[in-house]
Design a protein around this ligand. Structure first.
Ligand SMILES: Nc1ncnc2c1ncn2[C@@H]1O[C@H](COP(=O)(O)OP(=O)(O)O)[C@@H](O)[C@H]1O
Ligand SMILES: [Mg+2]
Length: 395
């Protein structure tokens, strides 16, 4: 998704892809194959042995990269953005919680669980007592799309994970189960020279632990509440010395107030240090997309305007499909929704897999959502729902 912006700005992308024909290789011609943890492949990506020009900067579209190698690359003169000292905050939830707590960012109550299973059980049991019975245990590393997150109400519920952690698996942490009203996200971009920009706060609607829909801007936030949430993201980007795009996932809480309406505040859930699903709406709904902004930021170019181009943009993910290929649905989708911006990822269809997204922008939020969710339903091979906004909202 970075390729169109790179083409416009005359930036040559060379992408390390996991397999020939994978999504990125379908749109980027310079796409050597190799694993993200393969040192030789990464070195050859930066300084190709066949004499092609060396890279000016190395960046990422996921966090599963070896930090020792990145540190070594920096020492040998290749800019790596974000740098490993920042990236580790998006790789390890214990490191992140510790640092965010130091920075004073609003976080749920949390604790690391000791590696020894008996001590781990005792810490978890004491934490459950303290927070009132329910908590969320997480693996510090390797989780995504809700894998690596488990709601527990007793230490027994985490026995298998405690045993796995003691046997060399990822370490665990526990967080209070936040009674959030909804999930928000703030996308921020920062360049090495320090310039920083945020996009409007969005609401991200998850189904089964996976982002299904994003509404930009998040409805019903006051200007003050939105400004505070954006400020939290800026302080994190600056405090962690992030370069590139950072997505800050947040929980929204409602605090009762004696007089007047309840006050919304946010707690930080987790960080993604790259263009993120919560920012796909910017491709069509913002003056500058997160992908172009990431390129500008890591190349230390002036950042683009983040203003929305319409009152509302809704992004609907296509998670799995009953169609053999999503392109089969194009005649119907494009016919029914000429204003929908359809983005297919060129992946093989598998149950639940993120295969595509649709952006729709406009004046009326109900109508915009109806059209985005309708187009996504057709791409999943489902009939057009009569009112897709009522049957599957915050499931
Ligand atoms: N402390 C918490 N309280 C309540 N719900 C949580 C908490 N932490 C995570 N969740 C829920 O689980 C989802 C996935 O957790 P997250 O830490 O974002 O992991 P992942 O890396 O899988 O995205 C969140 O989007 C949220 O819905
Ligand atoms: Mg998450």
């Amino acid at each position: 998704m970075m390729a169109p912006a790179a083409g416009e700005l005359g930036v040559h992308l060379r992408v390390l892809v996991e397999a020939p024909g994978s999504s990125a290789a379908q749109v980027v011609t310079d796409a050597p194959v190799g694993a993200a943890a393969d040192e030789a492949a990464i070195r050859d990506l930066i300084t190709p042995s066949d004499g092609r020009a060396p890279a000016d900067v190395l960046t990422f579209e996921h966090e599963h990269v070896p930090n020792d190698l990145l540190t070594d690359l920096i020492e040998h003169g290749t800019p790596v953005r974000p740098a490993p000292h920042a990236l580790v905050q998006a790789q390890d939830k214990i490191v992140m919680r510790r640092r965010l707590t130091e920075l004073g960012a609003p976080c749920p109550r949390w604790a690391p669980l000791p590696l020894d299973p008996e001590q781990g059980r005792a810490t978890l049991a004491a934490f459950l007592d303290e927070v009132g019975g329910q908590a969320v245990v997480k693996t510090s590393r390797g989780g995504y799309d809700g894998k690596g997150v488990r709601v527990v109400s007793s230490a027994d519920d985490a026995t298998d994970w405690l045993v796995a952690a003691a046997a060399g698996g990822p370490q665990l942490l526990v967080e209070e189960k936040v009674p959030f009203t909804r999930e928000l996200a703030v996308l921020v971009a920062r360049r090495p020279s320090g310039e920083v920009r945020t996009w409007p706060v969005v609401e991200s609607i998850q189904r089964d632990g996976v982002c299904a829909e994003v509404v930009a801007p998040a409805p019903d936030l006051s200007d003050d509440e939105a400004r505070r949430a954006r400020q939290v993201a800026v302080e994190i980007a600056e405090g962690l010395d992030v370069t590139g795009v950072l997505a800050v996932e947040m929980f929204e809480l409602l605090d009762g107030s004696a007089d007047g309406p309840p006050v919304r505040r946010v707690l930080v859930n987790e960080l993604a240090m790259r263009p993120h699903n919560s920012g796909h709406w910017t491709i069509d709904g913002s003056v500058t997309s997160q992908f172009e902004q990431h390129l500008r930021a890591v190349l230390d170019l002036p950042l683009g305007d983040t203003a929305p181009t319409a009152p509302w943009t809704v992004m609907a993910n296509v998670l799995g499909s009953s169609l053999p290929a999503l392109t089969d649905a194009l005649p119907e989708v494009l016919g029914a929704f000429p204003d929908a911006r359809v983005n297919l990822y060129g992946k093989d269809v598998r149950p639940g897999r993120k295969l595509a997204h649709v952006n729709v922008s406009g004046q009326d939020l109900g109508e915009v959502r109806r059209r985005a969710l309708g187009a996504a339903a057709l791409l999943r091979g489902e009939p057009l729902p009569t009112d897709p906004t009522t049957d599957e909202t915050k499931a």
